[in-house]
Design a protein around this ligand. Structure first.
Ligand SMILES: [Zn+2]
Length: 344
């Protein structure tokens, strides 16, 4: 019988599950069900039901289910098996691991979504086979995962790798964490929209973009002022979203391209710091913003190469390759690796 671990990705609106083999390959399609966010009890019931269903389906197709790996958006206390809090879900110090373990009778490992995504990329994704990997996820905010010496690094209680809250511009833009000048304030989806809005308000003058003076030397070749007419039209229609900026940039709009390049330069400032601190083999960029591709990554890579110390600057800066399966595969691989440690 082929052994599998159920990999589970608990997001804000959906629960994704798949049985995954020891090599990190899902042996059945990823099933996605909406998470029940009416309350804690309803959420836990819904989660256990969909996991029991997936476990039964895996057994019916001849697999032995060894364990469950859970990755959850938000703050997780791994040792206690608690989801401390999670965006969009009614969970507060909720004993998710124990509840699921009792219902399914299987060993459970629980971690946050950025750590499991980092593990997936380091084992079977863009940084497959590397031992020192920094993962930066660029979504609405900026998250991070660290795989150091081949293992996920979590800090004292599991709260480490908040890479988005590294200050890159002291006294700069306000961040939702309460500080000023965090990477998240310059290189997230929110920051992309904010940079575009500032540029539009400033009629395309780069000096209107907060923090421009600090990075202008790192971003040669952006014309000043830049044509913001297409972005202005989107602003007056009330839809200058990150996606709109991305598609304008892809269609060759100079204003949107400048916005993406500026965000890319700030990303470079951040990853240069990370390279200096960790000297990783690779820095993997994931999350929704990574769909901007090379127009975002190329300026960041240039900054990394020009300001980080040698040899740390030689870290490769690459796009994540696992896509929407990263959470499921990473959670399952975590289950596999920790099950081995406890002798399953
Ligand atoms: Zn912050």
């Amino acid at each position: 019988m082929m052994r599998v671990v159920l990999g589970v990705d608990i997001g804000g609106t959906k629960i994704a599950v798949a049985p995954v083999d020891r090599d990190g390959l899902p042996v059945a399609p990823v099933s996605r069900t909406p998470s029940d966010a009416r309350g804690e009890a309803e959420f836990l019931e819904g989660l256990s039901r969909s996991l029991a269903h997936s476990a039964d389906a895996a057994r019916a197709s001849g697999h032995e289910v060894m364990a469950v790996g859970l990755g959850c958006a938000g703050t997780v206390s791994r040792d206690e098996g608690l989801v401390v809090e999670s965006p969009h879900l009614p969970l507060t110090r909720t004993p998710v691991a124990r509840f699921v373990a009792d219902r399914l009778g299987l060993p459970i490992v629980l971690d946050n979504d950025a750590n499991v995504a980092g593990l997936a990329e380091a084992r079977v994704g863009a940084a497959a086979g590397l031992r020192h990997v920094v993962m930066v996820t660029l979504g609405t905010g900026v998250g991070g995962g660290l795989v150091l010496g081949g293992r996920v690094y979590r800090g004292t209680t599991g709260a480490a790798a908040e890479l988005g809250h590294m200050v890159v511009a002291a006294g700069g833009r306000a961040c939702r964490c309460g500080r000023e000048g965090c990477l998240e304030a310059y290189a997230s989806g929110t920051a992309l929209e904010r940079t575009a809005t500032e540029l539009v308000r400033g009629a395309g003058r780069l000096s209107a973009v907060e923090g421009w003076e600090a990075v202008r030397g790192l971003a040669p070749g952006i014309t000043d002022p830049v044509d913001v007419s297409a972005m202005s039209a989107r602003v007056s229609e009330g839809r200058l979203s990150g996606e709109a900026i991305g598609s304008l940039a892809a269609s060759g709009d100079a204003g949107a391209q400048a916005v993406v390049a500026i965000v890319g330069v700030w990303l470079g400032v951040g990853v240069a710091n990370l390279a200096n601190i960790f000297e990783p083999e690779a820095i993997v960029v994931g999350g929704g913003l990574s769909s901007l591709g090379e127009p975002l990554l190329a300026p960041a890579r240039k900054v990394l190469k020009s300001v980080a110390l040698s040899p740390s600057r030689d870290a490769s800066l690459v796009m994540a390759s696992m896509g929407s399966e990263a959470g499921v595969v990473g959670a399952a691989l975590m289950g596999w690796e920790e099950s081995a440690e406890i002798g399953l």
